[in-house]
Write a protein that binds this ligand. Structure first.
Ligand code: PMP
Length: 391
């Protein structure tokens, strides 16, 4: 007689095989064989010299990808949300005023996170598919006197690429840190952390970088570090405390690195390989390819009679395209048909674009005219075969 009250789960006795699929939604994107191979290497200790060297290489790769000289540059162990919380929890103390640009779900979530730590949250709101102007931002900075302004560069829920130029200067004029989410845009659209006066910038591993989800590059300017390292209160999260993370990543003046948590070794190997690919490709060539492929895609969609959700051409995010859901169709039937027939993932809307759009993400190795042709063919076929109401 066994002493166990929970029997062995039969489901685990069958193998799991992950199917090949074209990951053309807003993320995660496909992981190329070279990156998968990097992740299949033997596990080492998280403080072994080889792993510390990988971490240093990652730091250099992030500095290149972000175009920054910041010393405090590292990868958070966790998805994009972890980097978001790392940025907000470290730069803001309870009771402080923050300003958040909301033009999609990521601004909404940043506001929620700031509220949870007791910040006074103020927002500047743009309609879904639009963005806030520098004039509106400056007015709100003067009115609310925030310590931090949060902006999403690539709003993957609406498909907007938010203009950045000039905002860093405005923030600094008003003695405020400029925090930017580039989870969906980094590597796919021009971004210059230092030149654009960004104080905290973060991204994710699973979009343009084509790594598995679970690591999130982040960097803090000297100005941001000054505030973070002179806080009156401890950040609410031990795990995301920048003092600990900066030491673990060898970004501080301390003579040795201390154990903080066990980093995702495999995720570090894959992130290093993805950053190596970006380095070989060249950042500017990567930006250029995403822009060219996006324009080719948008032209093809318009030739099919489909309409883009973002009116202003300059504000169209090259990595994630939002297409107005074709009228008369159920968008769910379209995405399901394309998945079933072509093994391609595209997705519906999110947050303010929910039910209104189809979202197609072509990022990193998925960003090619061949992928565009596949998606256009699948969409044209779906529009022929899916049910169209007459009303
Ligand atoms: N910000 C943006 C702009 C995103 O697109 C995403 C992911 N869709 C996130 C943050 C959150 O990233 P994750 O899902 O890796 O937590």
């Amino acid at each position: 007689m066994s002493s166990l009250s929970v029997p062995p789960p039969q489901c685990l006795l069958k193998p799991f095989v992950s199917p090949q699929r074209y990951m053309f939604g807003p993320g995660p994107s496909n992981v190329p064989p070279r990156v998968l191979a990097a992740g299949s290497q033997p596990i080492l200790g998280h403080m072994h010299p080889e792993v510390l060297e990988v971490m240093d290489d990652i730091k250099s790769g992030i500095q290149y990808a972000f175009q920054t000289q910041n010393r405090v540059t590292l990868a958070v162990s966790g998805p994009g949300h972890a980097a978001m919380e790392c940025a907000i929890f470290n730069t803001v103390e309870p009771g402080e005023s923050v300003l958040i640009a909301v033009n999609g779900i990521w601004g909404e979530r940043a506001a929620d996170m700031a509220e949870r730590i007791g910040a006074k949250v103020n927002t500047v709101i743009a309609p879904a598919g639009g963005y806030v102007t520098n004039e509106e931002i400056e007015k709100a900075l003067a009115l609310h006197r925030p310590v931090m302004f949060f902006l999403t560069h690539g709003e993957s829920s609406t498909g907007v690429l938010h203009p950045i130029d000039g905002i860093g200067e405005l923030c600094h004029k008003h003695n405020c840190l400029f925090v930017v989410d580039s989870v969906a845009s980094m590597g796919g659209a021009p971004l210059y952390m230092d030149k654009q006066g960004i104080d905290v910038l973060y991204t994710g591993s699973q979009k343009v970088l084509n790594s598995p989800p679970g690591t999130a590059p982040i960097s803090f300017s000297e100005k941001a570090c000054e505030k973070v390292f002179n806080r009156k209160t401890k950040p609410v999260s031990f795990f995301l405390d920048l003092s600990w993370l900066a030491n673990y990543w060898g970004c501080d003046d301390k003579p040795s690195r201390m154990y903080h948590h066990t980093g995702p070794i495999t995720g570090l190997f894959t992130l290093r390989e993805s950053l190596a690919i970006l380095t070989e490709t060249g950042l500017e060539d990567s930006w250029r390819r995403h822009q060219e492929v996006a324009e080719y895609f948008h032209k093809g969609l318009e030739e099919m009679g489909l309409k883009l959700f973002v009116q202003d051409k300059k504000a169209r995010l090259p990595t994630v395209t939002t297409i107005l859901a074709p009228s008369g169709y159920d968008w769910r039937e379209i995405t399901a048909y394309i998945m079933k027939t072509y093994n391609i993932e595209i997705s519906g809307g999110l947050g303010p674009s929910s039910g209104m759009v189809l979202r197609v993400g072509l990022m990193g190795c998925n960003c090619s005219k061949t992928s565009v042709d596949m998606v256009l063919e699948a969409l044209a076929d779906a529009l022929k075969h899916c049910h169209k109401s007459k009303v």
